[in-house]
Design a protein around this ligand. Structure first.
Ligand code: XMP
Length: 320
């Protein structure tokens, strides 16, 4: 059982020095690798790991082809300014071929997990002879996986999986006692800028969690464009998280006076503190229609835009 540290009783400076010590004690004079996705959790782990290990931590950004527009370059250049070198590893083909033909949500997550940990990361770890992967699993990831709601990509031990046996390396999870609000406090204390520690959460399976049905390059292009427009339009709302989802069903629409059996985008925008429960944000109607208009204008093939008004539960934050 993981013991939660609630955000209210968290002392970020004490937490940081304790975790820095733990990481040093575990890795000893060896090396570790961590995968930075640019999300809050992996950003905080990157800074914590560098404080503990310095140059003995190799930080990589896995370009899995499922990321948001411009994200790899944006993240690498931001961390370069903080003195952390980030290597971008091109693994798009590995992920897209592993996802080919898969429509079931949990099978999609499993394909991403296996590709990431076994293939792409396994190879990196073998090459670099690192014995540890440092990753930003948080308590909400563990809870939902153990409860059987969603198999989060980064949870193993609590499912009885030994990463050393399954993948050949150990996993260090310094944030596992925290929830998102606690992670943000630690990020701030580590010197992460407001833009980063207050970034909206983004899931490990990335845009694959926002495509219903099979993940293909064409669908990724659509959802990536819609995501970019949605984030731009809703960034001032102060909401916890917002996203665009591409549905599998098509609906009849029209373009230039002709019938078009087109795509449907669903917008979700959430108020939440820790992602355990969430409520749809009460967005002004003008904001919604402005956002819909821009998606319909700029994302080819989309003929319908809807807004989800169901809370979590019974909804979940991501659609997959
Ligand atoms: P759900 O959809 O389960 O999401 O209500 C709760 C929070 O977790 C994020 N999320 C994930 N994060 N790996 C992650 O690292 C995952 O597989 C995953 N699935 C969901 C989601 O964006 C939300 O903030």
């Amino acid at each position: 059982m993981v013991k939660e540290i609630p955000s209210e009783s968290l002392n970020p400076d004490e937490f940081i020095s304790e975790k820095v010590n733990d990481i040093r004690k575990t890795v000893l004079d060896g090396t570790a690798i961590n995968a930075l996705s640019g999300g809050v959790d992996s950003s905080v782990v990157t800074l914590l790991g560098h404080r503990a290990l310095g140059a003995r931590l190799r930080t990589v950004f896995i370009q899995n082809g499922l990321m948001r527009e411009g994200e790899p370059q944006k993240v690498a250049s931001f961390f370069k300014d903080l003195g952390v070198k980030v290597e971008i590893i091109d693994a798009e083909e590995d992920f897209l071929s592993a996802l080919k033909g898969i429509t079931d949500p949990e099978e999609k997550r499993e394909a991403i997990t296996q590709t990431f940990y076994k293939e792409v990361f396994g190879k990196l770890v073998r090459e670099s002879k690192a014995r540890f992967l440092l990753q930003g699993t948080i308590l909400t990831d563990v809870d939902e996986t153990v409860a059987g709601i969603k198999r989060q990509h980064n949870v193993f031990e609590q499912l009885g999986i030994d990463p050393l046996k399954a993948f050949g390396y150990g996993i260090i999870e310094p944030l596992i006692q925290l929830r998102k609000d606690g992670v943000r406090k630690v990020g701030k204390a580590l010197g992460l800028t407001d833009e980063y520690y207050n970034r909206i959460p983004f899931p490990g399976p990335a845009l694959a969690a926002r495509i219903i049905g099979e993940v293909t390059r064409d669908k990724l292009d659509i959802v990536r464009k819609a995501t970019w427009i949605t984030e731009k339009n809703l960034s001032e709302t102060g909401a916890f998280q917002y996203m665009a989802i591409l549905h599998e069903d098509r609906v009849t629409g029209m373009h230039n006076g002709k019938r078009d059996f087109g795509h449907q985008i669903e917008i979700r925008c959430w108020d939440s503190v820790d992602a355990r429960t969430a409520a749809p944000t009460n967005l002004p109607y003008d904001t919604l229609t402005g956002l819909a208009g821009e998606i319909l204008e700029k994302v080819p093939g989309v003929v319908s835009v809807t807004y989800n008004v169901a809370p979590k539960p019974p909804s979940t934050i991501e659609a997959v």
